[in-house]
Design a protein around this ligand. Sequence first.
Ligand SMILES: NC(=O)CC[C@H](N)C(=O)O
Length: 452
Amino acid sequence: MATFLRFPSPTTIPRDGSFLSSSLVPLQNPSSHSFLPSFSSIPAPDAHRLCLKAQAASGAVHGHSDRNVSDLVERPWKTNDARLVLEDGSIWRAKSFGASGTQVGEVVFNTSLTGYQEILTDPSYAGQFVLMTNPHIGNTGVNPDDEESRQCFLAGLVIRSLSICTSNWRCRESLGEYLAKRNIMGIYDVDTRAITRRLRQDGSLIGVLSTEESLTDEHLLDLARKWKIVGVDLITGVSCDAPYEWIEKTNTEWEFNKECSHSENFHVVAYDFGIKHNILRRLAAYGCRITVVPSTWPASETLNLKPDGVLFSNGPGDPAAVPYAVQTVKEIIGKVPVFGICMGHQLIGQALGGRTFKMKFGHHGGNHPVGNHVNGRVEISAQNHNYAVDPASLPAGVEVTHRNLNDNSCAGLACRELNLISLQYHPESSPGPHDSDPAFKEFIQLMKANKA
Ligand SMILES: NC(=O)CC[C@H](N)C(=O)O
């Protein structure tokens, strides 16, 4: 006779708030069965505060248990001790790793098969929970070389299966230890496919991740529904505080592009809106001397440095929420060659008079096909963005040079007159395929032609 396994499905709280009088909703805290708290008794959260509360795990996780088993003796295996409550009212029970506490963020899914450490340290994920669609994560551990920034800025990590061991010659630490030290929450043993299908159907959703048993489902749902990411400046929280020089280039052992010329020596000012280190390493590999400046660095100061070119980096959040950065871009374009990557591309789009908009669930992964209309080739690219430039809003003279072949959205711009190129995706590819690396060479050529 067949044996049926029961998989946990999410419990759901209706959007209309009818749970206040409903007895259908299972309560989080078994000891408070008789009354659901009313909203009036819940303190209003600060809608723009990213981190509600998260402290490194104390290690004593076994005692936190599934509902209905909290009175049992400690188990030798880990039981569900975390909840992910989405703004659509679904509640996903899971096991925690890394830090514990309560954290709110926007859930996005990433389709990269490898490179979780580069993803964890990509500052563009600030304010977001990254759900990895690849079910098996953690098997290569973490190492000192794959960091893309000084810390993890994302809100948390959601995975299907956490590897029980690590096996890689570069591994120095397990993923769980790494996240705990960096105060980042993670959950595993959750149905990531079901959540991804929900995100694809309904679009990105705000969620709250919590290991705190004392907080009710309704309270967490309320937090999710009140929190906003659109219209919030997230760049300020991730940019550097003061200018600095960057010298490290791609390690010769890892250099994949023999065409890199170290003979040129162009000075590039790189705006740090949340810059990934590999952008800097690739520019250095192409022979650039780089001054990295904070997001608020005045355009006049940049122009005083007489750079050969300016790079506008990737960065988190809504490009329409940072008008000061758009203004800086406006004051620089046309004066020196510029290259924009992701957020930088979106800011350039706005500075040219265009509009950016929020996509349904964005592009996050290492396997997005892009049509390069300049050379007629297809590049498999690394992507991470939720916003895009509306090509119809751009003025004459601005060319859409690249399109995402999954949805035909704008993936690259150029304005020959202004010596400007930009990409919506990640030519630095960390992680990701290296197909788009020649974009750095194109920038070098713009600077070369301009100098000549
Ligand atoms: N990687 C990035 O620069 C992301 C840009 C922007 N924050 C977006 O989500 O679209």
